[in-house]
Ligand binder design. Structure first.
Ligand code: SAM
Ligand code: SF4
Ligand code: SF4
Length: 342
């Protein structure tokens, strides 16, 4: 890394360190808060194959992002394990010098022992599995495709058995939908070696009809768990860690709380997002992305041209949506979560 890269920050002094790569806009679930059936129905036009970035294009862009400061890569979607031969992409990314971490966020539905082994073998370091409830009735009401909890739990165990541990388990908490699962989930994962993380329900995209009343706040979550199994705050693993860590007093491991709504962490946000169609977003709540696909497909442009384009975008970045969220911002147009993967 050259000196200029060390100094390289956006308008609020934040460096670029993480890149989330969405590899597909498709998903086999229809989670009601993310891809509700009434919008993502049978006639919904997903991206055509030619509209998606190829693995070669993603790897080239990732190399360029690493050149401007990125150290961590996360694959997401849609459901990333729907895209064929994902391990090929993992392998290509793992070969990029300077990449310190490659992780994947998945709904866990396709994490067979084979898949988990293949991904780990290709160079995947960590995995996050989303699971919003422990009882089938609630979980199926959320995923809306009758997918059973048991198969996701198997996926978590398969990942851990392949060395992708500790597995992180993400639970988005929505009042009146799965808040009664907060404590049972804590009890279930206590002592398991997996790290359960609770996420405040957010107003992403324009599909989910978000209201503040739907959010079970971080402090409500902590209180509910602490009442049953005492927890104390733990130090962050590194500066800018998104999840607040809490440790069970009895030694049963830790949990994380991602308070994106009530305790925004924009001031440390070092994340860029690359959508499945190759748009670059500098915030989860961005209205507009910058077209990298056209540029990566332009034979006139070399790697340094692309790097300069990315630097130019990052230098002008001022995003801090969660810090300024209000009744007025909730109705602003935003990119759908399933395009950029959270
Ligand atoms: N399909 C994969 C999965 O579900 O893990 C990856 C993509 S999904 C969009 C990434 C994460 O975003 C999931 O953990 C999901 O629960 C979370 N998410 C989706 N909509 C959300 C919302 N409105 N608020 C908070 N998190 C949300
Ligand atoms: Fe699919 Fe993940 Fe969105 Fe659920 S949260 S619909 S699994 S992309
Ligand atoms: Fe980063 Fe935007 Fe989220 Fe703030 S709202 S933490 S700037 S992605």
């Amino acid at each position: 890394m050259g000196d200029s890269d060390k100094q390289f920050t956006d308008q609020l002094g934040r460096p670029i360190r993480d890149l989330r790569i969405s590899v597909t806009d498709r998903c086999n679930f229809r989670c009601v808060y993310c891809m509700p059936k009434h919008r993502f129905g049978a006639d919904y036009q997903f991206l055509r194959r030619s509209e998606l970035l190829t693995y070669e294009e993603i790897a080239r862009l990732a190399r360029i992002f690493v050149g401007v400061g990125v150290r961590k890569l996360r694959l997401t979607g849609g459901e990333p394990l729907i895209r064929r031969d994902l391990e090929r992409l993992v392998g290509m990314l793992a070969a990029i010098p300077g990449v310190e971490d490659i992780s994947l966020t998945t709904n866990g539905s396709r994490l067979t022992p084979d898949m988990a082994r293949t991904l780990a073998g290709a160079g995947l370091k960590r995995i996050t599995v989303s699971l919003d409830a422990l009882d089938d009735r609630t979980f199926m009401a959320i995923n809306d495709v009758s997918f059973p909890v048991r198969k996701v739990l198997d996926g978590i165990e398969n990942a851990a058995a392949s060395g992708l541990s500790p597995v992180k388990v993400n639970m988005v908490v929505k009042k009146g939908v799965n808040d009664t699962n907060v404590v049972p989930m804590a009890r279930f994962f206590h002592g398991s070696g997996h790290i359960l993380r609770y996420i405040e329900y957010m107003d992403v995209g324009h599909s989910n009809g978000w209201r503040m009343d739907d959010v079970m706040t971080a402090s409500e979550i902590v209180t509910a768990i602490d009442r049953e199994m005492p927890i104390v705050p733990a130090d962050p693993n590194y500066r800018g860690e998104v999840a607040q860590r809490w440790r069970y007093v009895d030694g049963g491991g830790e949990i994380g709380i991602i308070a994106s709504v009530t305790q925004a962490f924009c001031r440390d946000c070092s994340r860029a997002r690359l959508s499945a169609r190759g748009n670059l977003y500098t915030c989860l709540f961005a209205t507009r992305g910058q077209d990298l696909r056209a540029r990566v497909r332009d034979p006139e442009l070399g790697d340094e041209d692309l790097a300069e384009f990315v630097r130019g975008i990052w230098r002008t970045r001022r995003d801090r949506y969660s810090e300024i969220r209000s009744e007025a911002t909730v109705s602003l147009p935003k990119v759908e979560m399933s395009y950029i993967g959270g």
